[in-house]
Design a protein around this ligand. Structure first.
Ligand SMILES: NC(=O)c1ccc[n+]([C@@H]2O[C@H](COP(=O)([O-])OP(=O)(O)OC[C@H]3O[C@@H](n4cnc5c(N)ncnc54)[C@H](O)[C@@H]3O)[C@@H](O)[C@H]2O)c1
Length: 264
């Protein structure tokens, strides 16, 4: 007879068949690659994106490959919009197993020395990057708790370890994510819900982020052990692992995916 303390081989696969994953901010960049990767692994994916057009485009790409996807125009800063996104996901797919809190003010953020940062910019970054992650996690937690299984993946940044200048609002918001993950993991672990943070280093996507100049890239590449630019697929590989049963005994962790630029 199987010892229930031991996982079956099924528990140790990165197959997401039958799972439903919400990925916020999946209309472009790394989020778009998460959506493709999870769909290829068998999940039905919800693209919860502020930009309705880009979200729909990603959804169309995924459906064209024969996978299941739903685009929901959503604003993670609004509790009502988040609840409506969750309701639409449940109506379409009947369950929510995975949440990736990827949406953030990042590639088009205002940069300024911290004492010249407008309060409105500070508030907007905190509201999207921190409060948005809280609202989405709060919305899915009861559904995952009831199912006795869930994965919440939060997204921080290597800038927290390095403390890049002229980004203090962003760096502060991404530091908060690490604490949020640890607190959430303690509360949700008993219900089979694992909560972890991915900490991407500077990552190339189809969007050229403001401020990611050649000089910045050279500094980052100097720090990396692996001497090539990080790409969205590098981050999606780790997200897939964290979204799956393979990561069943890992929670509350921050995992840097940055070619060894930082060692947490
Ligand atoms: N690319 C990098 O170098 C890098 C490095 C470290 C961390 N990250 C983090 O990874 C994540 C993805 O990065 P990216 O490069 O793809 O960013 P990006 O700026 O290209 O994409 C962010 C997406 O979030 C969406 N979004 C913004 N506000 C939203 C809201 N209120 N509601 C719903 N969606 C909203 C945007 O429309 C956009 O599609 C972010 O959390 C970012 O902070 C990126």
């Amino acid at each position: 007879m199987r010892n229930p303390a031991l996982p079956t081989s099924d528990d140790h696969r990165t197959d997401l068949s039958g799972r439903v994953a919400i990925i916020t901010g999946a209309g472009q960049g790394i989020g778009r690659v998460y959506a493709h990767r999870f769909a290829e692994a068998g999940a039905s994916v919800v693209i919860a994106e502020l930009n309705a057009e880009s979200g729909q485009n990603v959804c169309t790409e995924i459906v064209a490959k024969g996978h299941q996807a739903l685009a929901v125009s959503s604003d993670v800063t609004s509790a009502a919009s988040v609840q409506s996104m969750i309701d639409k996901s449940m109506t379409a797919f009947g369950r929510i197993d995975i949440l990736v809190n990827n949406a953030a003010i990042y590639s088009r953020m205002t940069r300024a020395t911290f004492d010249e940062l407008p309060l409105e910019e500070w508030d907007a970054v905190m509201r999207t990057n921190v409060t948005g992650s809280f609202l989405c996690a709060r919305g899915v937690a009861p559904i995952m708790r009831k199912a006795g299984w869930g994965r919440i993946i939060n997204v921080s940044s290597g800038t927290v370890t390095m403390g890049r200048p002229n980004f203090m609002h962003y760096v502060t918001s991404k530091a908060a994510i690490i604490g949020m993950t640890r607190a959430m993991a303690r509360e949700l672990g008993p219900f089979g819900i694992n909560v972890n943070t991915i900490v991407p280093g500077l990552t190339k996507t189809e969007i050229e982020a403001d401020g990611a100049t050649d000089a910045v890239w050279n500094t980052i590449l100097d720090r990396q052990c692996i001497k090539r630019p990080g790409v969205a697929d590098d981050i999606a590989d780790v997200a897939l692992y964290l979204a799956s049963s393979a990561s069943g005994f890992i929670t509350g962790q921050s995992i840097a995916v940055d070619g060894g630029a930082t060692h947490l």
